[in-house]
Design a protein around this ligand. Sequence first.
Ligand code: SF4
Length: 688
Amino acid sequence: MTIPIRTTCAYCGVGCGISATPMGGRAVTIAGDAAHPANSGKLCSKGTHLGETVGLEGRLLHPMIGDKRASWDKALDLVAKRFRETIAKHGPDSVAFYVSGQLLTEDYYVANKLMKGFIGSANIDTNSRLCMSSAVAGHNRAFGEDVVPASYDDLDEADLIVLVGSNTAWCHPIVYQRIQAARAARGTKLVVVDPRRTESCEGADLHLALKPGSDVALMNGLLAWMDQAGLLDGDFLRDSVAAPDGFWEAIRAGHDLWTTAKACDLPPTELQQFYEMFAANPRTVTLFSQGINQSIRGTDQVNAIINVHLATGRIGKPGAAPFSITGQPNAMGGREVGGLATTLAAHMDFAPDNVARVGRFWAAPNVATKPGLKAVDLFRAIDEGRIKALWVMATNPAVSMPDAGRVREALEACPFVVVSDVMATTDTAVHAHVRLPAAAWGEKDGTVTNSDRTISRQRALLPLPGEAKPDWWIVTQVARRMGWRNAFAYDRPADIWREHARLTAYQNDGVRLLNLRAQATIGNEVYAAMEPFRWGGAPFAYGRFPTNDGKARLVPVTQMALQGPLRDWPMTLNTGRYRDQWHTMTRTGLSPKLARHREEPLVEIHPQDAVALGIADGDLARVSTAQGESLFRARISDGQRPGEVFTPIHWTDQQSSGGRTGLLPRPLVDPHSGQPGFKSTPVRVERI
Ligand code: SF4
């Protein structure tokens, strides 16, 4: 009898535990892991059908140099040589890695160590930049460290859950089921704040279909209303929160109900209803996702939410917290090891004492001393010829980056591009000089961290196919060939995990909450049998924050002026996910059952606009912006606000001649986080 193997889902940041039973060959039976705290045995459609996606169709099974199969030695030697030569000729900042929240923590750790400790540049950024970097910047500004102040248990204990910019029902389905269970069990109220009427709105107590980008006005208005009603937490504000001069004067001026309703384009009665529900329910969780983060004012939007929670004492208590829910299975693990260009390692920034500390720990010759290029800037640097060698790991920026057409041109012009991936042909891989076959989900071992800081194991269930290798092994082999054999002398992922855990605790005087000291000495067997665990306990339960004075910060944020319709681009484009697809469909696209949910990419248009544009349901429509254009099938939906349309992010050149959403958004970013805005692009829609 085959024994089920406990592992973790390959997809979203909920991080559901899976019980997978290999059935011979490539067959795997998938069930939910009843003992995993994130899902208690439940799975959504994507997790349930993981077994349909582990076949070898389309896999990259051998190293390739150009179109020719090569040995691992030859391919790795070439990668190391070209990176070494480029660095010698143009300096360490002439090379870059672009990595992924799909990597395991151990993969991420060695890639980050190689770039920041040994190459000596911080030009390693991740597709998590596109997902939740505004939440990271907001946490750092408010709390002094990138700590998520909530856990999924808080959803069970909340009396009010506010979903802001999150179609949780589709994008984090098991969290949504948990919310519905709380509603059934204890009558938890649900408010959805989203310009679209999504599936998450079904059965909600209130849906606020606000104007895109007006979230700061909404939250500042709530804060002003709570202040005027005498409902702030004075003791908490005095003991645990610091406000800069002028903060309260700015909140009290210009945030009355009527002004806020106008700014958000909402009826004042709806706004009043929301504010009264918030006031009546101190156990409030505000759960936010890409509608907040993927904005050119994403960090301010995050801090507007956190400000309300800090000022009303809705943090550090059961059922009360602002809660950023991440998109990818290991966006958080990447944050923990320093996989963003803006952090060094283990939640440390580039302060000189941190650089010295990490240098001592790694015995590294050449630790980066300043942040590297964030994703959009990184691809711009490639386009401008400043980056001359790029290694893309487990991601598809030719589809997912904003202004993706320009990204393709940059990749095509880059003198040396390496892609390590599971699939042989992606929109990014077609530009690679060297392709390295990586292990897929079910073939590799390591850890992932989900949205509420629970660390779980992904475990291998299947043999490595062809010559595929785990990402940590590939990076390590290149690092050794570049001359750093001793620093990358790992035999197995457990070796890397222990080193990462030691670094989180190394000369950590307790200021940093990320501290995996107990994990630093575990043996290989303990690592192999590791149970899911959440680090950081109940952060902020004692009203102390990881800042110099122990107080959290209220951050002054003001609503930016929102752009009206432009003559050539009179509508506004919002983008997002479908329930049954993941990113650029390289895996979920293999499942016929998942494909049935939405068989083609749709542009959703309000009925009024459809009449004005002469577009009927099912027509083909061209969606164009200043950056590019693509075709979509029209769906007429009164879930859209008039003047606004929605398209999905998933389709690529490999799957379809249309539906290329990535070609459309502007490469504009939030000034604090560098996260691009994907939610409100000026656009034109025409019937063809
Ligand atoms: Fe996987 Fe997310 Fe679905 Fe859970 S909710 S099964 S982690 S895709």
